[in-house]
Design a protein around this ligand. Structure first.
Ligand code: NAP
Length: 267
């Protein structure tokens, strides 16, 4: 288990005013991959709108830091360290969250990894790692969290896909397949759960500033910015705003959708 107590910067500079407000008071939200990047921004946004947030990732130390930052800002959050690819752990963690916090209203499957290389060089491990984290993880969390949601006859699930899963991207056969699979999983589960007042949607970010994209290096990122009609990377809080819309109680008729957040990249 990766353990890293480095303090992460807060979600990238979001405007102090002009952000959406949604009343999530009394609701419990699970956010996976909440220890940094987009997941942290989503967790902070849901907490700022009144939800109690269950923070999931492997790094207990980073999750404790995020929980402390949310509490310092007046929100409610608890850390539940877990590897999303482990079926027994996921079931146990969802039961622990439900037992401790009393409900499960929102699930955001955001945890994800890349292991980029061209197809001829891709190892079995690189394929399995990415598919297991990015696709099996959301399946396990949706299966476990849908039970309390069905009992409540209410739920909001958002899966974090990628434009790579919609149009493909050289060097990302494993990642693109995982995210395309996640889109299919989203649309199917949405149809299965719609009658129980549970919505299931996906967001598909383009290039968003985070550790994941920083790994591409400045030269490639400059090329990316030239290709994006908005001429910049997205910010984590901009993905969080889209997630906030999809988990709003008023978004009950929006389901089985994929919302692209890419500055116009795939148009
Ligand atoms: P990031 O900074 O690398 O963060 C990834 C998060 O996932 C971390 O919190 C990590 O925490 C967690 N994670 C990874 N493997 C895990 C596992 N097995 N179990 C539990 N947690 C795990 O990435 P990001 O850029 O914020 O990306 C977040 C999501 O957005 C991913 O699904 C990614 O595919 C998607 N996305 C990102 C971009 C982009 O441009 N950044 C674009 C499209 C889609 P631990 O290491 O502590 O477990």
């Amino acid at each position: 288990m990766a353990e890293d107590r480095q303090t992460q910067p807060a979600a990238n500079a979001a405007p102090a005013a002009g952000r959406m407000k949604v009343d999530l008071a009394g609701q419990v939200a699970i956010v996976t991959g909440a220890s940094q990047g987009i997941g942290r921004a989503i967790a902070e946004t849901l907490a700022a709108n009144g939800a109690t947030v269950a923070l999931v990732a492997r790094s207990a130390g980073k999750l404790a830091d995020v929980a402390a930052a949310i509490r310092a800002a007046g929100g409610a959050a608890e850390a539940f360290p877990c590897d999303v690819s482990q079926a027994t752990d996921v079931q146990a963690v969802v039961e622990a969250i439900h037992g401790k916090l009393g409900r499960v209203d929102i699930l955001v499957n955001n945890a994800g990894v890349t292991r980029d290389t061209l197809l001829p060089r891709m190892s079995d491990e690189e394929w399995d790692d990415v598919i297991t984290t990015n696709l099996r993880g959301p399946f396990l969390f949706m299966r476990a969290a849908s039970r309390p949601m069905m009992q409540q006859r209410y739920g909001r699930i958002v899966n974090v896909a990628s434009v790579s899963g919609l149009i493909g991207n050289p060097g990302q056969a494993n990642y693109s397949a995982s995210k395309a699979g996640l889109v299919g999983l989203t649309r199917t589960v949405a149809k299965e759960l719609a009658g129980r007042k549970i919505t299931v949607n996906a967001v598909a970010p383009g290039f968003v500033a985070s550790d994941m994209t920083a790994a591409l290096g400045p030269v490639l990122l400059d090329e990316v910015k030239k290709r994006v009609p908005a001429k910049r990377l997205g910010e984590a809080w901009e993905v969080a705003e889209a997630v906030l819309f999809l988990v709003a109680p008023s978004a009950g008729y929006v389901t089985a959708q994929v919302l692209t957040i890419d500055g116009g990249l795939i148009g």
